[in-house]
Design a protein around this ligand. Sequence first.
Ligand SMILES: [Zn+2]
Length: 113
Amino acid sequence: MHEMSICEGIIQVLQDQAVSQHYRRVNTVCIEVGALAMVEVDALRFCFEAVARDSLAQGARLDIIELSGQAWCQQCAKTVAITQRYDACAECGYLPLQITQGDELRIKELEVE
Ligand SMILES: [Zn+2]
């Protein structure tokens, strides 16, 4: 499962940071997930709990901020909403659009001790 490897990646980052930033426990992990990142939020939660078990993030709360998809249309010269990576501009049909939001999959904040 794709979400499983994402969560393993998150735990790996937490473990690396724990060493460099001197914390022992992670209480909350806040991540941003873009609508175009092809990630199932429910699956992500489920996997995170499984992967966090017996790690420094065991029992940690996972806050997920979902970001909608947005792209820049060169022809309309404005930002338009998109729901899929290769959507055309809803206003003029132009392709390709330049994605400006929705690609994110990153750790935004941590609450540690
Ligand atoms: Zn357009």
